[in-house]
Design a protein around this ligand. Structure first.
Ligand SMILES: [Fe+2]
Length: 136
């Protein structure tokens, strides 16, 4: 398992969304580094909580954009977010008992894969629409 490194392929071309995606990646890598350095479950939990909070806020921003611009695929995109939010909440509650290194690795891998796939496929499609609406 490796860090998720930002590169131009991940850019959707909308500055505010790219900036938020970069923050997410930074937080995700913070979790990765904490795992590598053998940090305590308390520290891992703090980072995970930060990641979950940030993800929820970021999704809200995207959803606000979609509503404001009457995005035709809003419902599908929102459902994709919802499924991820639910999975995150589940992992977060599972981790309350004890966030082991194994579970942290599982969470890191899941978030990294989901987010990469989501940016490349779902957010890029949204970005095309937003650009048509004059958002850059
Ligand atoms: Fe999204």
């Amino acid at each position: 398992m490796h860090l998720l490194v930002w590169n131009e392929d991940l850019s959707v071309g909308i500055t505010s969304l790219d900036d938020e995606h970069k923050v997410f990646i930074t937080l995700l890598n913070k979790l990765y580094e904490a795992i590598q350095f053998g940090k305590t479950s308390t520290v891992l939990q703090q980072i995970l909580d930060e990641l979950v909070t940030y993800t929820v806020i970021h999704f809200e921003h995207e959803e606000e954009y979609m509503v404001a611009t009457q995005y035709p695929d809003f419902e599908q995109h929102r459902q994709d977010h919802e499924a991820f939010r639910e999975k995150l909440m589940h992992l977060q509650s599972k981790s309350q008992e004890h966030l082991s290194t194994g579970l942290s690795n599982e969470i890191f891998a899941f978030m990294k894969d989901w987010f990469t796939h989501h940016i490349l496929n779902v957010d890029k499609a949204l970005a095309v629409h937003l650009k048509q609406k004059g958002i850059s």
